[in-house]
Design a protein around this ligand. Structure first.
Ligand code: SF4
Length: 531
């Protein structure tokens, strides 16, 4: 090959956020920065199937969806004769559409096109992309016992994708000689120094500028990886080294990238999400960053967008809260639970032994109270994420969590009655790749009803991923009922405090998050038991 035309495709997702993540941007930017090392021409386009006016990809629309997707890809191919397609299978919710799209391209658009898949789902479940691993509706339409995927990238994309393009241009790479052969898994390789990544250039996404404007948010990472090992997170297993290996971008470069967002003419967003698992985890880095922000505020009057960051209770520095207030930085904290037992079970706190961990948990909860008090004092609206229905949860952990918020303190008032506390309630979703997913039954007697839910082609697919009995004597419906009681009580006492966070909109979004569809859950649980 001496000319490569790359089409990056983000597939339809049955559940998830509507935002454009910048994984393809980073891959493309990195590739372009190595242009001189490439023995040929490279051209690129991006196609986001979430924004192409396609019908919802569900069984009742299957034929019409296939026709429309085929038409869309044909039109794209007419204008841009792509010979390399890269698809991001970010999570289970996009798996079904990833395999449909890849098969369709191989069968109807360009059979010679090389297709590469990557993303966390492909990294954790590479076997899902091999011949004979697809659900029936795929095998009924496309050649059986074959796979449209030629290569699979595990973990971070920049280096393996660049090497793939380079090797293809040099004709120096193993190729499958038949679609019935296994897809080739490329050697994973992380970017060890984030300074090696070129300054962000978002041009690839310009065609979706109206969507970005509507979503009002763009993502940027200052660091990659996290040193903690919570057992519901892929960090507890060994699939994603990129998640486990902490790397930090120089602050100067972080500021340069913020300036790119500010100065990109076609881009207009009100929020920049710093997608770090833990926002600048070193104090010295945060100090440097705040100093730069101060300068920007002094010299330029501030940033034209709000920064949104995430951290943990124990990595949140109380003194920083005042700075977040000053610079209008929106903070989210992955609290997970206020049950000591559950915090222990989920491995939220690190320690050499049980005693040390338990001391750490006490400090964690005290620190959380301190954050609440300080945030109230500063009128800083922090969002705290609580995880519900996690394997390991039982009646007593729910009670401990309840007591933390509602037990009367010395002054006769509970914490939730006294302070505004913005809780976001997250239902545990049974994603593969974490210790909790693989050990749910052994460790807690938990039951994940649909372990391979991502292969179920059904308009209710997201619900299948949620149905989990958290422990042996505590089933899904009981967990849902008790957790919902907690949610209602929080909303009640926070409304009495006139906390604007718990608006009608918030309640509607909780409904949308499927917390309350008890009847449907019952039906799906029964179906699983009968099978
Ligand atoms: S702190 Fe967050 S990113 Fe780190 S291991 Fe825990 S859940 Fe994962």
């Amino acid at each position: 090959m001496n000319n490569i035309k790359i089409l990056y495709i983000y597939p339809f997702e049955s559940y998830g956020t509507p935002f454009l993540l910048n994984s393809f941007i980073r891959i493309s930017n990195f590739l372009n920065s190595k242009e001189k090392e490439l023995n040929g021409l490279v051209d690129e386009k991006y196609l986001d199937l979430r924004y192409e006016n396609l019908p919802e990809f569900i069984p009742k629309n299957l034929q019409i969806y296939r026709n429309k997707l085929r038409k869309l890809l044909k039109e794209n191919y007419k204008k841009f004769k792509f010979n390399l397609v890269a698809i991001s299978c970010y999570g289970g919710y996009s798996y079904i559409n990833t395999i449909e799209t890849a098969n369709l391209i191989k069968k109807f658009i360009n059979p010679k096109c090389i297709i590469v898949v990557g993303g966390p789902h492909a990294t954790i479940n590479p076997e899902d992309f091999q011949p004979a691993s697809f659900p029936n509706f795929i095998s009924e339409e496309y050649p059986q016992n074959t796979s449209p995927f030629d290569y699979l990238i595990k973990d971070e994309g920049e280096l393996p994708f660049f090497k793939l393009v380079k090797d293809l241009l040099n004709n120096k790479i193993n190729r499958r000689n038949s679609l019935s052969k296994n897809c080739i898994i490329l050697e994973p390789e992380l970017v060890s120094n984030l300074d090696d990544i070129p300054i962000i250039d978002l041009s690839l996404y310009e065609k979706y500028k109206n969507i970005i404007k509507k979503n009002n948010r763009i993502f940027l990472e200052f660091t990659r990886g996290c040193i903690f090992r919570c057992n519901f997170c892929p960090n507890s297993e060994s699939f994603l080294d990129g998640y486990k290996t902490l790397r930090v971008k120089p602050v100067k470069k972080c500021i340069e990238e913020l300036n790119v967002i500010k100065n990109t003419k076609w881009l207009s967003v009100k929020q920049v999400e710093i997608s770090d698992m833990i926002f600048l985890p070193k104090k010295s880095l945060r100090e440097q960053f705040f100093k730069e922000l101060e300068r920007i505020y002094q010299e330029e009057g501030g940033l034209p967008f709000q920064l949104r960051i995430e951290t943990r209770v124990d990595t949140c520095n109380i003194e920083d809260l005042e700075i977040y207030k000053k610079f209008n930085i929106f903070l989210r904290i992955g609290l997970e639970s206020c049950s000591k037992t559950l915090l222990y079970r989920m491995g939220k706190i690190c320690g050499k032994n049980e005693e040390q961990i338990k001391r750490g948990i006490n400090r964690y909860l005290m620190k959380f109270e301190e954050i609440i008090r300080e945030a109230n004092k500063l009128d800083l609206p922090i969002s705290y994420y609580i995880l519900m229905g996690l394997p390991g949860e039982d009646r007593s952990t729910i009670q401990e969590n309840w007591d933390f918020f509602f037990q009367k303190r010395g002054d006769g008032k509970s914490l939730a009655e006294k302070y505004k506390i913005n809780i976001r309630f997250n239902k545990y979703l049974a994603f593969s790749g974490s210790e909790v997913y693989s050990q749910a039954q052994n460790k807690y007697g938990a039951k994940i009803y649909y372990k391979n839910w991502w292969k179920i082609f059904n308009e209710k697919q997201p619900y299948y991923s949620m149905i989990v009995d958290p422990s042996k004597d505590f089933n899904f419906m009981d967990s849902l009922t008790l957790n919902f009681k907690f949610i209602k009580e929080i909303i009640k006492v926070q409304n009495a405090l006139r906390n604007p966070f718990y608006s009608v909109f918030r309640l509607l979004s909780l409904k949308k998050q499927n917390f309350v569809n008890f009847n449907l859950y019952k039906k799906l649980m029964l179906r699983n038991t009968n099978n």
